[in-house]
Design a protein around this ligand. Structure first.
Ligand SMILES: C[S@@+](CC[C@H](N)C(=O)[O-])C[C@H]1O[C@@H](n2cnc3c(N)ncnc32)[C@H](O)[C@@H]1O
Length: 221
């Protein structure tokens, strides 16, 4: 059901559409820069990637840009991609303050297709997966963007985390049982890993230690 696709035709980022209100972006950015910025996670990805120096990193749904900066500080060539101008403004100021050069790209997650197959050593998607139009198609896009031997990190909240009620409960059930997305239901726990596991991989790690989150790391064959 292409409702989200129709929505994206009617709400064009290049014409100024932004789903994120300025005050919400500021609040989230404060938390992101102080809490959601784990050096330990970047250490782990760096270890798996044999270092970050000169690695091409895509921060997909990069928001306030805290991870873009962590990657760039370790010598990676980072592309920040997000739908929101509000976040672009916030991220740009942070990039300048941090003294790092980061390419910025505005668009829907699916617009990342423009970068072309195998264009990144690392694709990083932290709490942005749920905004894709279709879980299956997004798994394909994400694995396509990673070069052979490159890696990806995906972290996404589960429906248990969101405790959807009313209309949102139906959105989640439709996505869970029919794969139809209306709005942004969270993928059921395990789905991201199962979709990614269909592709030729050299390494695959799931972390389901919390029922509230899926974390998946893979290295493409
Ligand atoms: C919860 S924030 C996560 C931000 C960042 N990755 C982090 O780790 O803090 C979700 C991000 O997804 C972006 N986003 C939402 N819908 C999107 C879409 N359809 N295409 C691209 N980005 C989207 C938002 O603007 C926001 O920056």
């Amino acid at each position: 059901m292409p409702i989200n696709l129709i929505h994206s035709w009617l709400h064009r980022v290049e014409e100024g559409w932004d789903p994120i209100p300025a005050d919400y972006a500021e609040l989230y950015a404060e938390k992101a820069w102080h809490i959601y910025n784990s050096e330990a996670l970047v250490d782990r990805l760096s270890e798996l990637a044999h270092g970050l120096e000169n690695k091409r990193v895509l921060d997909l749904g990069g928001g306030p840009g805290q991870y873009s900066v962590l990657f760039a500080r370790r010598g990676a060539r980072v592309t920040w991609h997000d739908v929101s101008r509000q976040y672009e403004k916030i991220a740009s100021a942070r990039f300048l303050a941090a003294g790092v050069q980061i390419e910025r790209s505005l668009g829907y997650l699916e617009d990342a297709q423009k970068f072309g197959p195998a264009s990144f050593d690392i694709v990083f998607s932290r709490v942005s997966w749920m905004y894709c139009r279709n879980d299956q198609h997004f798994a394909r896009l994400l694995t396509t963007l990673v070069r052979p031997g490159g890696l990806a990190y995906i972290e996404c909240d589960t429906p248990t985390n969101a405790k959807p009620e009313g209309l949102r409960w139906w959105q989640h059930r439709l996505n869970e049982y029919a794969g139809w997305k209306i709005g942004h239901p969270l993928p059921p726990q395990g789905r991201i890993g199962r979709l990614i596991a269909q592709y030729p991989l050299r390494f695959l790690e799931f972390d389901y230690s919390s029922p509230l989150q899926d974390k998946v790391i893979f290295i493409k064959a």
